[in-house]
Design a protein around this ligand. Structure first.
Ligand code: WT7
Length: 643
């Protein structure tokens, strides 16, 4: 390790005595979990309202398929909405919605209950019953959250597809889950423009056999094509439905949602999450990690509901805790770079949770932008999605957090459902760049290939050696892939393989080092190398493609592709490259567009035909080549470099 890195690790930031004095989490939390882990989760589950109690905290007899709070029954939407109204907090604002064009509205818990009930009544009228799947393809508007909660209320399993995904990405997700209803919008606001979305939804559902209806929120007022009998306007159905609806309880293990995420193959995995265990951990972590004080804090998580962060830390965790939160529709620089700081000032945001890539973007824009605003309401900052570099961490604390707000660097995954490794803000002396330690009730290890736990300084694999309540319950329709992806590497030990490298430092702080598989992390978005490769080779000019993630100052990793043209295809230079980048945007999403595409005569392969991505990464990052001895033809690099 370099001395600079050592220095980074040495300075820790303890919370102020004032913060600690009122913190939700004290040392007793860890003590309770250490004394009796399952008893601890039993207590945490009681933070929720259950219609029927459970008989057993955990049933792991059919590992790796867990059951948590066995036999318990609850309604997730009731826990996120109704119970706050019943407790007398119906007038509390749940959502301060800030539209990109400058419109805003606030929904109280009373409003939210009426809206969710209307949507639930509409879905029931459409013939949907518990267990059916609903696809959601929407921007960050309150109706998206209402739709998710209405599904939860009826036991419909939702599958949110990020509004930035292409129609073909939406189509494959609709088909895989056999969704009956698609909820979408006419268009979405992006940097002052109304960008159509229903056209992509139409393309996706054209002869999709499972889809019965497409429900459309008029967000922008732009013209749309209409299929009579199939398409319905939100304002002609949901808004006219009764605001009364009584929630029924569902089994603790009832599938709440499916969320697709990239794996190491081209086909995304439909990660399944449960109701009782998922909500218990989402609620617990939101309360303690963010030190959330209902009725006092104004919370803002800047994620999109298209990702798991939006599910767990905009919808389910925060609302289960009676949060007052900001929901912002647009981009951070629309109409200019002041937007986030204006919003923080306007609503008095006290807890702000975002991704390192945005923090680095703020750094690039310059501190005079946040400095022009009163950010004194902020008392806690969060980070998620990728390792945060110490420079960005310190800038975040100094410039956004007035050099006093604790930062919680939260490690977790789509699969874990909720935060697993993070500081507790009133207790932990945090180190810039370290996620610090597993939360009370969570157990993790860093091990080598032979499953031997590593001590300080050794780089190893992060594993979760005990089941946890919000853990995924499987991959939709693919039990075998679930077993293979997560449970085969340490099958003998029965550990979950997270796919991340990690290390402990001399003080026992845990450092997550990034993915160890063929998964890239671009601006906190998970994209697999083979997904982008498949998209490239589906273009008629391309014979072969190899994709790697290369270090990128702003986005963490950038996508770098090497392609071989088919015979007789003319290399038209920039024209071809642009065409290929656009093709990837259409096949997957603009977020998957390669930063750089290089046409090469050959790709470096081992004798068994495997592309040596490690060597391509060396090239992409401008390094000296690593070991090339296993290559069939080491000379291919002269050709790649000499382009
Ligand atoms: C992967 C999971 C968790 C919601 C957003 C991403 C990386 C996530 C951290 C962190 C270092 C992190 C890991 C992980 N990651 N948070 N605090 N420090 N790395 O969810 O798309 O499922 O990606 O994101 O590599 O495996 P996801």
């Amino acid at each position: 390790m370099t001395s600079a890195a050592q220095e980074h690790e040495s300075k820790a930031y303890p919370p102020s005595p004032e913060f600690t004095a009122t913190a939700n989490a004290g040392p007793e939390l860890q003590a309770a979990a250490d004394a009796d882990r399952l008893g601890f989760w039993d207590e945490q589950a009681k933070r929720l309202d259950w219609a029927e109690p459970w008989t057993e905290v955990l049933d792991w007899s059919n590992a790796p398929f867990a059951k948590w709070f066995v036999g318990g029954k609850l309604n997730v939407a009731y826990n996120c909405v109704d119970r706050h109204v019943e407790a007398g907090n119906g007038d509390r604002v749940a959502i301060h919605f800030e539209g990109e064009p400058g419109d805003s509205r606030s929904l109280t818990y009373n409003d939210l209950l009426a809206e969710v009930s209307r949507a639930a009544n509409t879905f029931t009228e459409l013939g949907l019953v518990a267990g059916d799947r609903v696809a959601i393809y929407m921007p960050m508007i309150p109706e998206a959250i209402v739709t998710m909660l209405a599904c939860a209320r009826l036991g419909l399993t939702h599958s949110v597809v990020f509004g930035g995904f292409s129609s073909s990405a939406l189509r494959s997700r609709i088909d895989d889950a056999q969704a009956k209803l698609l909820v979408t919008v006419d268009g979405q606001w992006r940097r002052g423009q109304a960008a159509p979305l229903k056209n992509a939804a139409d393309e996706a559902v054209a002869d999709a056999k499972s889809i019965e209806h497409v429900l459309v929120v008029a967000r922008t007022g732009i013209d749309v094509e209409w299929t009579e009998g199939r398409d319905l306007w939100w304002h002609e159905t949901v808004e006219k439905a009764s605001p009364e609806h009584e929630a029924q309880p569902f089994d603790s293990e009832h599938p709440l949602f499916i969320l697709y995420t990239s794996g190491t193959t081209g086909k995304p995995k439909g990660i399944i999450h449960s109701s009782g265990g998922y909500l218990t951990q989402a609620s617990y972590t939101h309360h303690y990690v963010f030190d959330h004080k209902p009725g006092k804090d104004v919370y803002w998580c800047t994620a999109d509901i298209g990702w798991v962060t939006g599910h767990s830390y905009i919808v389910y965790g925060p609302l289960s805790n009676g949060v007052t939160q900001v929901v912002y529709e647009g981009t951070p620089n629309s109409p200019n770079e002041h937007r986030h700081f204006e919003i923080i000032e306007k609503y008095g945001v006290s807890i702000y949770y975002t991704a390192p890539t945005l923090i680095r973007t703020f750094m690039k824009w310059g501190r005079e932008i946040p400095d022009a605003h009163d950010l004194s309401s902020i008392r806690l900052l969060g980070s998620v999605g990728e390792p945060i570099n110490p420079e960005a961490w310190r800038w975040y604390r100094e410039v956004i957090g007035a050099d006093s707000a604790p930062i919680v660097d939260t490690w977790w995954q789509t699969e874990t459902g909720a935060i697993m490794i993070s500081p507790l803000p009133g207790i932990t002396a945090t180190k810039p760049g370290s996620a610090m330690a597993p939360l009370p009730g969570i157990s993790a290890k860093i091990v080598d290939d032979e499953a031997t736990p590593l001590g300080a300084g050794g780089n190893g694999y992060l594993v979760l050696d005990q089941p946890w309540p919000a853990m995924l319950r499987g991959i939709w329709g693919d039990e075998q892939r679930y077993r293979e992806t997560y449970w085969s590497r340490y099958a003998e030990q029965g550990w979950y393989f997270a796919g991340d490298g990690a290390r402990y430092d001399d003080d026992g702080a845990l450092w997550v080092l990034g993915r160890v598989d063929d998964v890239m992390n671009v601006s906190g978005h998970r994209i697999s190398t083979s997904e982008v490769e498949s998209a490239l080779v589906s273009h008629p000019s391309i014979a072969e493609a190899a994709v790697v993630g290369a270090a990128d100052e702003t986005t963490g990793q950038g996508i770098v592709a090497f392609v071989i043209l088919r015979e007789h295809v003319e290399n038209t230079g920039d024209t071809l490259i642009k065409e290929l980048r656009d093709h990837v945007a259409v096949e997957i999403s603009p977020i998957a567009k390669p930063r750089q595409i290089t046409v090469v005569p050959e790709l470096p392969k081992t004798r068994s035909g495997k592309i040596m991505r490690r060597l391509l990464r060396d090239v992409a990052e401008g390094r000296e080549l690593g070991d090339t001895s296993t290559l069939v033809d080491p000379a291919v690099f002269d050709a790649i470099r000499g382009k």
